[in-house]
Design a protein around this ligand. Structure first.
Ligand code: NAD
Ligand code: UGA
Length: 473
């Protein structure tokens, strides 16, 4: 029999758990949604009356939290209590790359997922549908099931039963709410028809039925890793071509447009940039690499690892060319960094290309003045690892809150995140503040090149071969 889900508990109040559950609560007023997290400070932020202080910046999220919080959406640290009351539990915890031990550097660290499964096994009552929302290696559902079953056997409690489903999340940060409101598809993998139907009933409140896809559980787990690998592969592909454009006189924007008009290729995800960042692309590909190696498929592993190798190379390529343009040395040179988040419209910096590029520039002796409208000084300090990048006598980087103050006496400005405000910079005004000869490096193709060049600044843009001196073959 299909159960009607009335009480949801989501374990993990992060970039996925928070927005996803807020949207379910908004679209299903008849369902009570509890989001729990061990991080008490994060929960306090979710409960802050000042909606500007939510732990995640995501367009449209604060409005939903305002509508639902305290009505059918609750944030707390009462993990065991909320598990007890739930008919369905979403596991939405972090699954980073393992740092040590077996599979270190590639395999996903499942310790948080395992801890959740143990908590669910211990505290749940009656029948519970356990839903994998986190991105997981193929066959993780088997691990979750065996932990749940072991507890049932241990407690000798036949009234405690479980179904495990895979329901990966495809939202992108910065457009999470829009993606959740209008998903391309909702993917549900599982074995038990009734459990799948119960979950479908939730999504049917706003997602058209033809967009809800049912698969077997392993296909669902693998489809999530594969989707991220394909997306990242497109970015590495176009970034590799950007380097070739700069060497040949071609323009990567023109190449992208020309190939994107081919319906088989499509126009999305063809913007060359400073390299892909974000918490998931790299870790999910490395996980795919690990799985391929584990299953004895070294050629498959090598193919996908190439996507990450290219991305690393591309980030260093950018910092090297900045150094070369500034006469081969950055010693004591002031560089304005515009953008630290891994993409616009988020305060997330995980795996942001800005981190590696800033570290490289600091290594070359530059002093960075970093502006980002949403990333905090504290976060930058964590990412640039103060112990390595600052010492007692000199500061290697500073956070600048007001954008106009970032250019004073700078030798270069480097645009690393495509925040809209950076496309509106008045370069004629800025040029007066910079130390000449000064450069603008646009890794996101968002500024008007003529405005920069006409203001007397040197200009470099990703994948732009027009301004390079090209040697014929
Ligand atoms: P996150 O780090 O922002 O949030 C995870 C949260 O889980 C943290 O707040 C942590 O404190 C909490 N947590 C960990 N163990 C817990 C436990 N036992 N009990 C209670 N709380 C616990 O991570 P995220 O970005 O939300 O990603 C979560 C998962 O979703 C990952 O597997 C990720 O790959 C996947 N995913 C992320 C995105 C994205 O855009 N960030 C998109 C799709 C899928
Ligand atoms: C990505 C996927 O797009 C989501 O579908 C997936 O759910 C999510 O990962 C996940 O599993 O975590 P996200 O990382 O939030 O979402 O952001 P993207 O828009 O995919 O951008 C990732 C990186 O690629 C960013 O650094 C972005 O600037 C870069 N990018 C993206 C480009 O350089 N060029 C492009 O054309 C597109």
């Amino acid at each position: 029999m299909t159960i009607e889900i009335k009480n949801i508990c989501c374990i993990g109040a992060g970039y996925v758990g928070g927005p996803t559950m807020a949207v379910i609560a908004d679209k299903c007023p008849h369902i009570k949604v509890d989001v729990v997290d061990l991080d008490i400070e994060k929960i306090q932020k979710w409960n802050n009356t000042n909606l500007d202080k939510l732990p995640i910046f995501e367009p449209g999220l604060a409005e939903i939290v305002k509508r639902c919080r305290g009505k059918n959406l609750f944030f707390s640290s009462l993990v065991s209590e909320k598990i007890k009351n739930a008919d369905a539990i979403f596991i939405s915890v972090n699954t980073p790359t393992k740092k040590k031990g077996l599979g270190a550097g590639k395999a996903s660290d499942l310790k948080w997922v395992e801890a959740c499964a143990r908590q669910v096994a211990e505290f749940s009552i009656g029948h519970t549908i356990v839903i994998e929302k986190s991105t997981l290696p193929v066959r993780t559902a088997e691990v979750i099931k065996s932990i749940l079953q072991a507890e049932v056997d241990c407690q000798n409690n036949d009234n405690k039963t479980f179904d495990v489903l895979s329901n990966p999340e495809f939202l992108s940060e910065g457009s999470a709410i829009e993606d959740l409101f209008n998903p391309d598809r909702v993917l549900i993998g599982g074995e038990n028809h009734n459990a799948i139907e119960s979950l479908i009933k939730i999504y049917e409140n706003w997602v058209p039925k033809n967009k809800i896809l049912k698969t077997n559980i392993w296909s669902s787990e693998l489809a999530k890793l594969t989707a991220n690998a394909f997306l990242a592969q497109r970015i590495s592909s176009i970034n590799s071509i950007s380097a070739l454009c700069e060497s040949t006189g071609a323009d990567v924007r023109e190449v992208s447009r020309a190939i994107g008009l081919d319906k088989r290729i499509g126009s999305k995800f063809l913007d060359s940039g400073p390299g892909f960042g974000g918490s998931c692309f790299k870790k999910d590909i490395l996980n795919l690499v690990y799985l391929s190696e584990y299953f004895g498929l070294p050629e498959v592993a090598d193919f996908w690892e190439g996507v990450v190798r290219l991305n690393n190379w591309h980030q260093h390529r950018i910092s090297k060319l900045i150094t070369k343009k500034l006469f081969g040395t950055l010693s004591r040179k002031k560089i304005a960094i515009l953008g630290f988040a891994f993409k616009a419209n988020t305060n997330d910096t995980r795996e942001s290309s800005a981190i590696q590029i800033c570290k490289d520039l600091i290594e070359e002796g530059a002093i960075l003045y970093i502006h980002d409208p949403k990333v905090t000084n504290y976060q930058i300090e964590k990412d640039l690892d103060n112990n390595n990048t600052k010492n007692s006598s000199e500061e290697k980087w500073h956070k600048v809150e007001i954008i106009d103050n970032v250019f004073y006496q700078a030798d270069a400005a480097v645009i690393l995140t495509e925040w809209e405000e950076y496309s509106e910079i008045n370069w004629t005004k800025v040029s007066k503040d910079m130390r000449k000869p000064a450069w603008v490096f646009d890794t996101r193709s968002i500024v008007n090149s003529n405005n920069v060049i006409n203001s007397g600044l040197n200009f470099w843009r990703i994948g732009d071969g027009y301004n390079q001196s090209i040697e014929s073959i």
